[in-house]
Design a protein around this ligand. Structure first.
Ligand code: GTR
Length: 636
């Protein structure tokens, strides 16, 4: 009797729970929460698998929709995309096709996109890679017309033994799609690499699908990539859910640990890195908008015989999209003598591109420039300022070693004044709530944003290797190089030269320039929240080793000068040593067991360090070290 009662009660319980909270289904339509950005996920069963989890991760931040279907191969997309887009605007579209294009089907299926999976030996490929690339281009034409911020998602791995698919095909299809995306400036969510790194934990055996926990893991990465494309206000809204307000932070004199104990599985690193970036944005550098949707590159001039025929010089104006947004100019030199696409250095300059070379053709900036520069009158550059920073940019020596070099004047993005009404920020920030203002981007993040847009240009050039773009910078531009490298993983090597406070030097040491000093002299460099750490460094939930660690596992070189006490060389070395814990855990050589080296001895590890004699500054001696480091790290 008792047993029957229990069974009856549990049946009632089951029925009750079923009627009161029906389990949501990924293909069911959702109601928009008014006022939140609208996100569309386009993809096959892999995306169906992560849809609910992405929706959950972004709940209260964005309305996450998907078509009520498996979006199948590109040929189904071409037929149905219009109806999937509907008639309401989208803020972000995260999209993938591929897994069905590359699969083998029995010949003669109608419609072809419904063709059934069959053994490779008996079937034919649904959409050959060449046609796939053409279809992707046509789909992208339509998607770009929506005005939404787009993110291309790479196809996840095909495991050995998966029926009807050939492992390795997904790599070819991904490459074909990535080439199209780079050309069109569409950000890429490399879910292939992400999943491949932990496939044995998250993916089923001999099956393209993922375990439920695996789909959850994919959802984390997809949600992060979507979030980065959402307006600043949405990014801050999400961050306040997980990060403590500045007033609630505990005092902690020790450097915050970068890894838990015991250290998690290395597969966790993308999520952990994103969490570090969130902290850095929230408490120090501010959140920045996603890549602009209507970026345009205008070649101002090209000289294929520059530097006595050694280099091709190009000046390119980058238009950000929203009208009235000031453009930025890139000055690029590419070596003519090279085998294949060239690796490149990219860095900001202090006084205008025309100061980096005496070349009389380079456009003189018409923007505000600091008055301390030579040949400057009323904060405007005159022809007398041409080439005045040429010793900082030894272009010919860089070209001679086979590297391309690109530079941008940071004042194109944000003149270095305590004034946020000039530069790109007022045009790209969007609405930000009063309580959010302390967490929005400031000059360093805006300058770093410009470096990312320069990378958008470089990655689509046939003469530049998109896998080997180094970001470098000196002093305030060195701080910026670190910020750019931490937030944008396309920079595959990062170099800071004497970046000091807010760059590589640990804030808790209070040596040389302090948080209070820098916030007082340059209040526009960091966000509002950072001001609360003046004389309160021990309350920082991060320190500058966090910024360096966020670059892992990519090569990072920190450079100091003995006479530059203001930038605290030892604090820079110690930050790199502390960040080494992450590099070590990720299996990369590092500075864990190193002590501060003697002058001019490059510690050439994945996280490396160099100190030279002399004062604050940059010249050929520093560049020689940068290139020695890049040669080794890139195996040249
Ligand atoms: C100094 C500033 C440093 C450093 C330097 C520079 O005045 O205190 O943080 O950035 O300028 O950029 O040259």
């Amino acid at each position: 009797m008792r047993i029957i009662l229990i069974i009856l009660l549990s049946l009632v319980g089951v029925t009750f729970s079923q009627t009161s909270t029906p389990k949501p289904k990924p293909l069911d339509p959702i109601e928009d929460v008014p006022g939140l950005p609208r996100v569309l996920l386009i993809g096959d069963s892999i995306s169906i698998g992560y849809t609910l989890a992405v929706r959950e991760l972004l709940s209260g931040v964005a309305n996450v929709h998907r078509p009520p279907a498996n979006c199948g191969p590109t040929i189904r997309g071409l037929e149905q995309l219009e109806s999937w887009l509907g008639d309401q605007p989208w803020d972000v579209i995260h999209f993938n096709w591929g897994l069905h294009d590359l699969k083998y089907i029995a010949p003669g299926a109608t419609p072809r996109h419904s063709g059934r999976l069959t053994d490779v030996a008996q079937g034919e490929q649904m959409v050959p890679v060449k046609v796939y690339a053409e279809n992707i281009t046509r789909l992208l034409d339509r998607l770009q017309k929506t005005g939404a911020a787009l993110t291309w998602c790479a196809t996840t791995p095909i495991p050995q033994g998966a029926k009807g698919r050939v492992p390795g095909d997904e790599v070819r299809y991904n490459e074909a799609a990535a080439a199209v995306m780079r050309k069109r400036g569409v950000p890429i969510n490399d879910l292939y690499t992400f999943a491949a790194a932990r496939a044995n934990e998250i993916q089923r055996q001999a099956d393209v699908h993922f375990f439920p926990e695996g789909s959850q893991v994919l959802a984390g990465e997809v949600a992060r990539k979507i979030l980065a494309q959402l307006p600043i206000r949405a990014q801050i809204a999400r961050a306040v859910k997980t990060l403590a307000p500045v007033d609630d932070l505990p005092e902690n004199a020790a450097l915050p640990a970068l890894l838990g104990s015991p250290a998690p599985s290395t597969g966790e690193w993308p999520g952990m890195r994103a969490a570090l970036c969130d902290q850095l944005a929230f408490y120090e550098y501010g959140f920045a908008p996603g890549a602009p949707t209507r970026l345009r590159f205008q070649v101002l001039r090209e000289d294929r015989r520059a530097l006595d025929g050694k280099a091709t010089k190009r000046e390119v104006r980058v238009h950000f999209g929203p009208s009235e947004t000031p453009p930025m100019d890139i000055l690029l030199h590419v070596p003519n003598k090279r085998q294949g696409p060239a690796p490149a250095f990219l860095g900001l300059n202090f006084h205008g591109n025309h100061t980096t070379t005496a070349d009389p053709e380079v456009t003189i900036t018409s923007n505000w420039v600091p008055s301390r520069g030579e040949g400057v009158k009323d904060n405007r550059a005159t022809p007398a300022s041409r080439g005045t920073s040429a010793s900082r940019w030894p272009v010919e020596a860089i070209i001679d070693r086979g590297y391309a070099v690109a530079t941008v004047y940071h004042g194109d993005l944000d003149p270095d004044l305590n004034d946020s009404t000039d530069g790109i920020q007022p045009h790209l920030t969007g609405d930000v709530g009063e309580s959010q203002k302390d967490h929005q981007w400031a000059s360093l993040r805006a300058w770093a944003y410009g470096l990312s847009r320069a990378a958008d240009y470089l990655v689509q050039l046939p003469d530049i290797d998109p896998q080997r773009i180094a970001v470098m910078g000196h002093s305030r531009n060195g701080k910026t190089a670190l910020v750019a490298g931490a937030f944008d993983e396309r920079f595959s090597l990062v170099i800071s030269n004497q970046s000091g406070c807010g760059g590589a030097a640990l804030s808790r040491r209070r040596h040389g320039e302090t948080v209070k000093r820098i916030n007082g002299s340059f209040p526009h460099w960091f966000n509002g929240a950072f001001k609360t750490f003046n004389d309160r460094e021990d309350y920082l939930p991060t320190d500058q080793h966090t910024l360096l660690a966020a670059i892992a596992p990519r090569p990072l070189l920190v450079c100091s000068a003995t006479g530059d006490d203001w930038a605290d060389p030892e604090g820079e070395f110690l930050a790199a040593k502390e960040a080494s814990a992450v590099y070590e855990w990720l299996g990369k050589d590092n500075l864990k067991n190193a002590s501060m080296p003697e002058e001019n001895k490059l510690l050439n590890h994945t996280v490396g360090y160099h100190i030279r004699p002399g004062e604050h500054g940059i010249g050929i001696a520093d560049w020689t070290v940068f290139m020695d480091f890049a040669d080794k790290q890139w195996g040249r």
